[in-house]
Design a protein around this ligand. Structure first.
Ligand code: SAH
Length: 226
C-alpha cells in the first residue's frame, strides 16, 4: 500500500484525531522548545490532523504555517479544522518539499519522518528550504533504542526506517545540518497502573511500561541550518 492509500484510510476513520491526542502528550513539550518568533514561517512535515501548526500560530504568533502530508484526506481534514487563512495544508511527498531555498524559518515533524521513502533525501530537502539559523525539530517514537516500538512495522504497509539516536545525528550531519541537541522527551501524561495491575492488556510488566513512556518517550533530534 502507498502512503496515500494507507493514511487516507486512517484519516477516513478518525485516526488523525486519535494520533493528535496521543502525540500531543509529548509534542506539546517539543513545540514549546521551538524558537519560533512572531511572523516566522513554519512547516509541519507529515502533519496528520495539523494540530502542530495551529498551536504555533496560537502560542508563538507564527506568521505563516504550512502542514504538508502525503495523504490528501489528512490534508483535507486538517484544513477543515481551521478557518485561519494563514494556515495552509498541502499534499506532497517527503522526497520533494515544494518550497524555495531558505524559505522556511523552522520545521517540526512528529511521528512521520521515518516513513520517508529516502530519509537522506528528505534531510537534504530540509536543509535546502531552511534559512540559515533555521531549525528542524524531529520527534520520533519509532527508533532503535525503543525496543517497544519495533513491532509497529508489522501492522503498517509503508516501510519504516528505524535509526538509532546516533544514526539520526549522523544523517543530520551528512545533510549539512548542525546538531543543536538530542534528548528523550518523557510521556508524563500516560497513567501507569500500580504493580498489582500487571500484566495488563498491553504490558507484561510495569517496568517495561515505565521504560517505554517515562524513559524512552519521544526521541527528539534538533538540527540547525548553517
Ligand atoms: N504528525 C501527526 C501525524 C503522524 S502520522 C501527529 O503527530 O499526529 C504520519 C503522517 O505522515 C501521516 O499523516 C502520513 O500521511 C504522513 N506521511 C507518511 N509518509 C509520508 C511521506 N512519504 N510524504 C508525506 N507525508 C507522509
Amino acid at each position: 500500500m502507498s502512503v496515500r492509500e494507507e493514511f487516507d484510510e486512517w484519516a477516513a476513520d478518525g485516526r488523525d484525531k486519535g494520533m493528535e491526542e496521543r502525540h500531543w502528550q509529548t509534542a506539546k513539550y517539543v513545540l514549546a522548545r521551538m524558537p519560533v518568533e512572531a511572523g516566522d514561517t513554519v512547516l509541519d512535515l507529515g502533519c496528520g490532523s495539523g494540530y502542530a501548526g495551529r498551536a504555533l500560530r496560537d502560542t508563538n504568533d507564527a506568521g505563516r504555517v504550512y502542514g504538508l502530508d502525503g495523504s490528501p484526506e489528512m490534508a483535507r481534514n486538517a484544513q477543515g479544522y481551521t478557518d485561519d487563512s494563514d494556515v495552509s495544508y498541502l499534499v506532497s511527498d517527503f522526497d520533494h518539499l515544494p518550497f524555495k531555498d531558505d524559505g522556511i524559518d523552522h520545521i517540526f515533524t512528529m511521528e512521520a519522518f521515518y516513513y520517508a521513502n529516502d530519509p537522506h533525501e528528505t534531510l537534504r530537502e530540509v536543509r535546502r528550504i531552511l534559512r540559515p539559523g533555521g531549525t528542524f525539530f524531529c520527534a520520533v517514537n519509532y527508533y532503535e533504542e525503543n525496543v517497544h516500538s519495533h513491532e509497529w512495522q508489522d501492522s503498517i504497509s509503508v516501510e519504516m526506517t528505524r535509526w538509532s539516536a546516533e544514526e539520526y545525528r549522523e544523517a543530520f550531519r551528512d545533510a549539512g545540518l548542525h546538531i543543536a541537541e538530542q534528548d528523550n522527551v518523557p510521556d508524563t501524561d500516560i497513567e501507569i497502573p500500580a504493580e498489582e495491575a500487571f500484566p495488563t492488556d498491553g504490558w507484561d510488566t510495569r517496568k517495561e511500561m515505565v521504560e517505554r513512556y517515562r524513559e524512552f518517550g519521544t526521541l527528539l533530534t534538533v538540527g540547525v541550518s548553517p
